[in-house]
Design a protein around this ligand. Structure first.
Ligand code: F6R
Length: 263
């Protein structure tokens, strides 16, 4: 896995966006993006929005697929992922809302929601560039520890740690929905390239486990070790428990010109 260690969160946003823009440019205007919610990718989205505003990136013909949605939270709720993606991704990045997809968390339609979402991704030709965050417990999407590494889009129950962590977006932990629909780990792994962004010392244990630990469903993000084109862009705090930190910095400092990120 490629590991890029940045001095701070702002730089993670710049490098994350440069990486995504570089991969998107290789695909062309109809690139299919995979987009995470949560706080980790916000700086990356802000930088991508700046590239769009500067005319350096055109995503008007791009499509996007969100990773997940809470079950039973009305889409008008500001913390629903339908609303969050519209606010943080669709509008600032200039995407066409008709081509932005979020899993259907309506309890009345849940029995078919996973299959329908998989079909929508397939109809778009699959995800070219997946932007990921990681939970403190190592989850990607809402694939909590012990999720099948081959799983597809389906309903999951949030882990207690995720409920506590996401309480900051709601009035209290009690208000956090207990269920979600999430792309599976197998679904995420089908993306042709993956850019994971993480910041802060609360992510250090998960980052060490997924980059340097064994591949295990106890740390779902560790499956990225089996992906042929995965990059982790992290700050010093999130890199705090990595054993080979010096090596990753050495690799990045000595990248050949054609691989450098133009930032
Ligand atoms: C978001 C998602 C989650 C988050 C993770 C980290 O769509 O599926 O995996 O990426 O919970 O959240 P933050 O970035 O808020 O720490």
């Amino acid at each position: 896995m490629e590991v890029i260690i940045c001095p701070n969160e702002a730089r993670v946003g710049e490098i994350g966006a440069a990486k995504v823009a570089q991969l998107a440019a290789k695909v062309g205007p109809q690139v299919v993006l995979g987009v995470a919610t949560g706080s980790s990718p916000l700086a990356t989205y802000r930088e991508l929005a700046a590239l769009v505003a500067a005319g350096e990136l055109d995503l008007s013909a791009a499509s996007a697929f969100a990773l997940d949605e809470y079950v039973g939270l009305p889409y008008e709720h500001p913390e629903s992922y339908h609303a969050t993606i519209a606010r943080t991704v669709t509008t600032p990045l200039g995407l066409d809302p008709a081509r932005v997809h979020v899993p259907d968390g309506d309890p009345a339609r849940l029995d078919t929601a996973g299959e329908r979402y998989e079909a929508e991704i397939a109809a778009a030709g699959g995800v070219d560039v997946q932007i990921l965050g990681v939970g403190a417990n190592g989850h990607i999407g809402f694939n909590e520890p012990t999720s099948s590494l081959a799983s597809r889009t389906r309903i999951k129950t949030l882990a207690p740690r995720t409920i506590t962590d996401n309480a900051r977006f709601f009035e209290s932990a009690a208000a956090v929905p207990r269920h979600c629909i999430t792309q599976g780990i197998g679904t995420i792994m089908d993306a042709r390239a993956i850019v994971l962004v993480a910041t802060g010392d609360t992510k250090a244990e998960a980052i060490a486990a997924i980059i340097e630990g064994s591949v295990t469903s106890m740390w779902p993000g560790s499956v990225l070790q089996l992906h042929r084109h995965a990059t982790c862009v992290i700050d010093e705090a999130a890199a705090g428990s990595l054993k080979l930190k010096g090596y990753y910095k050495q690799v990045y400092a000595n990248l050949p010109d054609w691989q450098r990120l133009d930032v």
